[in-house]
Design a protein around this ligand. Structure first.
Ligand code: KIV
Ligand code: ZN
Length: 498
C-alpha cells in the first residue's frame, strides 16, 4: 500500500516573489486553473495583507477553482489573519497558513523576543485562525536552522492549538539532506500528537539541495511538500514540483502516490515560463529543452535500439509530445487553438483571431512554429493596450560603419518620429527612442535569448530600466532582435509610475 503525498503548490505566492515575474489577476487565474488540471491538492494563492493585488487575486482564484484547497499566507498577526479570512470567503476548501520565525537568529534579531514568547505567539495565531477556518497550517520560519528540541516544543504546541498541517521550512536553503531528514524524523518521534497533523516540507534551493532535502523529509515521514513549477522562487528558488512528482513516480519502492496528472507537467511548465517571462534553463530536469535530447552518438545509438538504455522515463509521461512542432504557415485557426489548449491556454474568439494574425506573420518568417513561439504570441498582448507603441523601426548597420536607426512611436494615437546613431543597432534604436521619450532612464540589464533553434528563430529580450530610483522589468519577443529590444524597452517605460 502506497502513502498519499499532498502537493502544495506555492508558485503563486513564494514563486511569484521573483523580481520582475509578477502576474496580474487574470494571469493568476489562468495559472490556478492549470494547477487544478494538473491535480495539485492545495494552491497557495497569495499573501492577502501584503497588497490589494494579492487580496483580489486570492478572492478571484477562490471563485475560479473548485477542487484544490485555496491557501492564504499570513504572519502571526491578527490583522493578517482577518484579511486572509476575508479574501478566502469564496473558497470551497480553504486554509490559513500562519507562522513565525523560530530560529535563534529570528527570535533574537528579528523579533527581539524569547523562545517562550514565540511559542505563545504561535499558539495564539493558530487559535485565532481556527476561529475562521478548520484547516490551519502553521509554519516555523527558518526551521532549518532551529534546534530540533525547541522546534519539537513549537510543533507540539501548535498541534495542541489545532494546527492541521505543520510546515518545516528550510527558509535559507542551508540544511544538508541528512540533517533535514533527521529533523523530520526527530519530530515524528518526539512530538506528542504528531499523528493529528500532516508534516510539510518547504525547501529553498540556495545550495542546490531543495529537491534532495524535500525527498529526505518525505522518506522520514513528511506527507505534504511545498513546491513550485520549474522550481521558481526568490533567490535560487523553491523545490520544483515536477522533480518531486517524477521521483516518486519513477521510484515505486518509495511507495508514495500523488494526485498529479503527470502529462500536464510540461504544458504547465511552459505556461509559467511564458507568463512570467522566465526562461527554463535548457538542462533543467524534467522540463528543460534538453531533458530528453540525446546528443552523443553512443546514447543515440542505444536509444534507437531500445529507449530503456538511456531513458528512465517516457517524455510522453510528462506531456512532451514529439509532434509539438506541427504548426506552419498553412496551419489554420483550429490547429492553433488546439495547440494552445494542449499548452493550457484558452482564448476567446476575438483574442484567438488576433493571435492567429500574429502567428501568420511569424509563420511567414519562420518555417516551423514551436510551442514556445505560440505561447509568446498568446502572451504578447501584455503591452498591446499600453500607452506607447512601436509603429516602425528601420536600422542600417554593418561592419566598420556607425549604425543608424529611424523610429516611429505611437503615443496616444499620435505618431512621433526620430533618428539617431549608435555603436550598434540596438544602441542606435534606443538612442532614437530616447530622442522622443526624454526621461532620465538607465538600462541596467539586457539579455537576448533565442526561443528554440535556427537562425529564423524568435529572440526574447528581457530588460531592466532604472527610472526615478525604481527598476522596471520589460519583455519583448520578435524575429528581429533589435525590434524585440525596443519593445522590451517600451514595456519598461509603459510601466513607469511618475
Ligand atoms: O521560506 C519560508 O520560510 C516561507 C514561509 C513564509 C512559509 O516561505
Ligand atoms: Zn519560502
Amino acid at each position: 500500500m502506497s502513502d498519499r503525498l499532498f502537493i502544495f503548490d506555492t508558485t503563486l505566492r513564494d514563486g511569484e516573489q521573483v523580481p520582475g515575474c509578477q502576474l496580474n489577476t487574470v494571469e493568476k487565474i489562468q495559472v490556478a486553473k492549470q494547477l487544478e488540471l494538473l491535480g495539485v491538492d492545495c494552491i497557495e494563492a497569495g499573501f492577502p495583507v501584503s497588497s490589494p493585488g494579492d487580496f483580489n487575486s486570492v478572492i478571484e482564484i477562490s471563485k475560479a477553482v473548485t477542487w484544490p484547497t485555496i491557501c492564504a499566507l499570513t504572519r502571526a498577526v491578527e490583522k493578517d489573519i482577518d484579511v486572509a479570512a476575508e479574501a478566502l470567503r469564496f473558497a470551497k476548501r480553504k486554509r490559513i497558513h500562519t507562522g513565525v520565525g523560530t530560529s535563534d537568529s529570528h527570535i533574537n534579531y528579528k523579533f527581539r523576543s524569547t523562545r517562550d514568547k514565540i511559542i505563545e505567539i504561535a499558539v495564539a495565531a493558530v487559535k485565532y485562525a481556527k476561529r475562521y477556518v478548520e484547516d490551519v497550517e502553521f509554519y516555523a520560519e527558518d526551521a532549518g536552522r532551529t534546534d530540533n528540541e525547541y522546534l519539537a516544543r513549537v510543533v507540539e504546541a501548535v498541534i495542541k492549538a489545532g494546527a492541521t498541517v505543520v510546515n518545516i521550512p528550510d527558509t535559507t536553503g542551508y540544511c544538508l539532506p541528512t540533517e533535514y531528514g533527521e529533523k523530520i524524523k526527530y519530530l515524528m518521534e518526539h512530538v506528542d500528537g504528531i499523528d493529528k497533523a500532516v508534516i510539510s516540507t518547504h525547501c529553498h534551493n540556495d545550495l542546490g539541495m531543495a529537491t534532495a532535502n524535500t525527498l529526505a523529509g518525505v522518506i522520514n515521514g513528511a506527507r505534504q511538500v511545498e513546491v513550485t513549477i520549474n522550481g521558481i522562487g526568490e533567490r535560487a528558488g523553491n523545490t520544483s514540483l515536477e522533480e518531486i512528482v517524477m521521483i516518486t513516480k519513477c521510484h515505486p519502492t518509495l511507495k508514495i502516490d500523488t494526485n498529479i496528472n503527470t502529462q500536464k507537467i510540461y504544458p504547465t511548465s511552459r505556461m509559467i515560463s511564458s507568463l512570467m517571462n522566465m526562461p527554463v534553463q535548457p538542462n533543467k530536469a524534467i522540463v528543460g529543452r534538453n531533458a530528453f535530447a540525446h546528443s552523443s552518438g553512443i546514447h543515440q545509438d542505444g536509444v534507437l535500439k531500445d529507449v530503456s538504455t538511456y531513458e528512465i522515463m517516457n517524455p510522453k509521461d510528462v506531456g512532451i509530445d514529439d509532434n509539438s512542432i506541427v504548426l506552419t504557415a498553412r496551419s489554420g485557426r483550429a490547429a492553433l487553438k488546439y495547440r494552445l489548449s494542449v499548452l493550457g491556454v484558452t482564448l476567446d474568439d476575438e483574442k484567438l483571431n488576433e493571435v492567429y494574425q500574429e502567428f501568420l506573420r511569424l509563420a511567414d518568417k519562420k518555417k516551423e512554429i514551436h510551442d514556445d513561439d505560440i505561447l509568446v504570441l498568446a502572451g504578447a498582448d501584455r503591452s498591446s493596450n499600453k500607452g506607447i507603441k512601436l509603429d516602425y523601426l528601420q536600422v542600417t548597420t554593418g561592419l566598420n560603419i556607425r549604425s543608424v536607426a529611424s523610429i516611429g512611436l505611437r503615443i496616444a494615437g499620435e505618431l512621433f518620429e526620430s533618428a539617431a546613431t549608435g555603436n550598434g543597432p540596438v544602441d542606435a534604436a534606443i538612442n532614437a527612442l530616447k530622442n522622443i521619450i526624454r526621461r532620465e532612464m538607465v538600462l541596467r540589464e539586457f539579455t537576448i535569448q533565442a526561443i528554440s533553434k535556427g537562425s529564423d528563430d524568435m529572440g526574447k529580450v528581457h530588460m531592466q530600466v532604472e527610472y526615478n530610483n525604481h527598476v522596471y522589468y520589460g519583455f519583448g519577443a520578435n524575429t528581429d532582435i533589435v525590434s524585440a529590444s525596443v519593445e522590451a524597452y517600451l514595456d519598461c517605460i509603459n510601466k513607469f509610475q511618475d
